[in-house]
Design a binder for this molecule. Structure first.
Ligand SMILES: Cc1cc2nc3c(=O)[nH]c(=O)nc-3n(C[C@H](O)[C@H](O)[C@H](O)COP(=O)(O)OP(=O)(O)OC[C@H]3O[C@@H](n4cnc5c(N)ncnc54)[C@H](O)[C@@H]3O)c2cc1C
Length: 437
């Protein structure tokens, strides 16, 4: 059926604009050029729906995205909403990157450790919820300190439960007058924490955890990191995050439902088991007939490392199924700062998923693994990543190369930030492709 642009379109309606025809699709929720739709699964149902030629053969703009984590998938979704096709090339066997959830013996768990969605960004929250519903989980963390399980962050009400409670109160009172600006001028992470809470709490809660996490003395870490990571809760609020929107996916497959929701468009093709580097890029761009490329992968590895290697602090989570326990610990995350424990945290997804089933899965998190989880945010590392970006822009073309996500931008960013970054990157790409202008 042909409809005018004033009518509310429904799936399959078509429209003619000049010499071009477009079809309205439910998946893209907008008018999509006919050649894309006719070459897409809408017109060719069957097992081979997402064929390699479906997007490649069309004449509409196409984007190559390296990496199908949350950033790449959000970006592909945002482009598809505007009728732009994309091909995601993913090194792993499945898309999703760090946030993908899995099942072990029927128990939903997170192979890379706990992820809690918390944000002030309403548009991002609505987008995530449009892909999969979220429950109202609020994140609480326990910590084994002073020989007992206490709340993290430190609660004023927990101080009387600890040894040397009176001395801790005195040390806190001594520091009441130190204002936040003076503290921000502290020489390093350790000094910042000592000025906030005094030596007993610092030695008990902060120092051993921090040094285990970063593998270096806390005095060598920047004071700038402290406000994001350390606080004393004078109001006794036990929850970790204060954002207005918080939760965990309530569908049967956790964050995998979010990823699959984002990828659910005939304009998006995912090819897994493909490790892309700079030498392969031209070939891929030609094969896919891509007009632009977005990298969400680590740039030193992608470029062959010739300018030097970017430093990361890695973790490894070992997950274990416990068949006879409904829950094995009191919170989703328990911190183990003590040097006597070889792991730093233990994760139990069931607290967030609220899954009703026998058994549970515990994830033991070990630090110091050769994986890329936390960037070491030093000036030389920042400059090195900038140099990789500049060089790649120069070689590939600043008008068709874009960067997004935690790896290509060498940043620790939460899921909401990475979705926001992907939405912003989609606008840049659409601008470069002159779509929707
Ligand atoms: C331990 C930990 C806990 C976290 N907890 C939270 C939390 O509670 N709440 C929160 O909001 N955020 C949390 N985050 C942050 C969250 O994980 C990230 O914001 C998000 O996963 C980033 O997605 P991404 O797509 O940028 O990166 P990734 O998830 O790393 O995805 C990148 C993808 O690119 C692929 N890739 C890499 N190189 C190549 C290549 N050369 N070719 C092809 N594919 C490639 C990878 O296989 C991967 O699939 C946490 C992060 C960590 C490390």
């Amino acid at each position: 059926m042909c409809v005018g642009s004033w009518a509310i379109p429904s799936h399959g309606d078509s429209i003619t604009r000049g010499v071009d025809r477009a079809i309205y699709t439910r998946e893209a929720q907008r008018w999509v050029p006919e050649d894309v739709v006719l070459l897409s699964p809408l017109a060719a149902p069957g097992p081979e729906r997402r064929t390699e030629t479906s997007i490649a053969a069309s004449t509409t703009p196409r984007v190559l995205i390296v990496g199908a984590g949350l950033t790449g998938c959000t970006l592909a979704h945002a482009l598809a909403r505007e009728g732009v096709g994309s091909v995601l090339l993913e090194r792993d066997a499945v898309p999703g990157g760090l946030i993908r959830s899995e099942h072990m013996e029927g128990v939903l768990y997170e192979p890379h450790g706990s992820h809690i969605f918390h944000t002030e960004d309403e548009e991002v929250w609505n987008l995530a919820n449009a892909m999969t519903p979220f429950n109202d989980y609020r994140h609480r963390v326990d910590i084994l300190a002073d020989g007992q399980i206490l709340n993290w962050p430190i609660l004023l009400s927990d101080i009387d439960k600890q040894s040397q409670g009176e001395e801790i109160h005195r040390q806190l009172a001594d520091r009441e007058g130190v204002d936040a600006t003076a503290r921000a001028a502290a020489a390093n992470f350790e000094d910042w924490c000592l000025e906030l809470m005094g030596p007993i709490l610092y030695e008990r809660f902060i120092k051993p955890y921090t040094e285990k996490q970063w593998g270096r003395p806390a005095r060598e870490l920047s004071a700038q990191w402290a406000p994001r990571r350390v606080s004393v809760r004078w109001d006794n609020d036990p929850y970790l995050f204060a954002d207005p929107f918080q939760g965990w996916p309530s569908g049967p497959r956790g964050y995998t439902d979010l990823i699959d929701g984002l990828l659910d468009s005939p304009l998006i093709e995912v090819r897994t088991g493909v490790d892309v580097d700079q030498d392969d890029l031209d070939g891929w761009m030609r094969e896919i007939q891509a007009h632009a490329v977005v990298l969400t992968c680590p740039l030193d590895v992608f470029s062959g490392g010739h300018l030097g290697e970017l430093e990361w602090r890695g973790i490894l989570v070992r997950n274990v199924h416990i068949p006879h326990r409904e829950y094995a610990q009191g919170a989703m995350v328990v911190n183990y700062p003590g040097a006597e424990f070889p792991f730093i945290r233990v994760h139990e997804t069931k607290h967030a998923s609220a899954q009703q089933c026998d058994g549970t899965v515990l994830g033991f998190e070990f630090t110091g693994a050769p994986t890329r989880y936390y960037p070491i945010e030093t000036e030389p590392n920042r400059q090195l990543n900038d140099r990789y970006q500049d060089e790649l822009r120069h070689q590939i073309g600043a008008d068709r190369l874009f960067f997004a996500g935690r790896l290509a931008n060498y940043l620790y960013i939460d899921m909401d930030d990475c979705m926001r970054e992907a939405l912003n990157a989609s606008k840049e790409v659409l601008g470069a492709l002159k779509v929707g202008a």
